[in-house]
Write a protein that binds this ligand. Structure first.
Ligand SMILES: [Zn+2]
Length: 287
């Protein structure tokens, strides 16, 4: 199957009270690992590149080609969405031009009116090419200067205005955090999520899915979250498995230094964690 946009998939998830996972790729191994998990579970999947990962890999066109060609060479039959994660205005426009099937325009750090105007503009450009769009209101917490902040909760009125632009999915800050969660984290703000979901029919997106306990993720999904982003969890799984391989001295045995051997345990660990998350999210099999 060729890659598709996110439209039908996430609307079905919202009305069916399940979520579809969005997993960040960094290279060939990551791409293969994520696609293998989707194929083995026979479920749709979203692969995304951050601006930093795309720069690292050699640009958006290369990332798109990598995913398209890997889908083809692995004989992937489930729907795969190719998405830009946290794009600024220029990156979103470039990915629309290059042919991603979905883009996130993240204008949360702009003054609200500017976020609204630019989101409208990106929606018009993207929808003209049958590309789906994610926008963001409030902010996702994260580490800055060594301090982990909780982010800013999404304002319901602002979220309604952004949703009215016709975005296909909406990321809302509800106390979620990118990266590792601090020990004193207070948990997701379900009251705010309920208020948002009551007013907005657009599928909602939970960023920072790594490190949120399973019960909280599943509760958020039951309340209207349809897309859950996972990145750090895959990085930790890859690093752990690779470290074990090297600490066990396996790279020193025979041709254990061969990258196809050295990177295999980490790649398998990504597939395993993606499959586990697909199970948590309740993503149903493709019929
Ligand atoms: Zn995010």
């Amino acid at each position: 199957m060729s890659i598709v946009n996110g439209k039908g998939i996430f609307d079905a998830a919202r009305s069916g009270h399940y979520a579809v996972g969005a997993f960040n790729t960094n290279n060939l191994e990551w791409t293969r690992a994520i696609l293998a998990a989707a194929q083995e579970t026979n479920t749709p999947i979203l692969i995304q590149t951050s601006m930093g990962a795309a720069k690292y890999m050699g640009g958006y066109e290369l990332c798109l080609n990598l995913v398209q060609q890997t889908v083809k060479s692995m004989g992937i039959t489930v729907p795969v969405i190719m998405h830009l994660d946290h794009g600024n205005y220029e990156a979103a426009k470039e990915c629309i031009e290059v042919g991603y099937t979905s883009v996130m325009f993240d204008g949360h750090d702009l003054p609200f009116e500017e976020n609204l105007e630019k989101t409208k503009e990106i929606v018009a450009l993207a929808h003209a090419k049958n590309i789906t769009v994610e926008a963001e209101v409030g902010s996702i917490g994260g580490e800055e200067d060594g301090i982990i902040g909780e982010g800013e909760l999404a304002d319901v009125e602002e979220a309604k205005k952004i949703a009215a632009t016709g975005v296909d999915y909406l990321a809302c800050g509800i106390g979620n955090i990118h990266g590792k969660y601090p020990a004193n984290w207070k948990g997701l703000h379900f009251d705010r999520l309920k208020e948002l979901a009551a007013e907005i029919a657009t599928p909602l997106v939970l960023h920072g899915g790594s490190g949120i306990p399973k019960e909280q993720i599943q509760k958020a999904i039951s309340l209207g979250v349809s897309k859950v982003n996972v990145n750090t969890e895959c990085q930790l799984a890859f690093a752990d498995a690779t470290r074990k391989y090297i600490e066990a001295g396996k790279d020193l045995e025979g041709k254990g230094y061969d990258p196809r051997k050295l990177l295999a345990p980490g790649t398998q660990a990504i597939t395993d964690i993606v499959k586990e998350r697909i199970d948590w999210f309740g993503t149903p099999e493709v019929k």
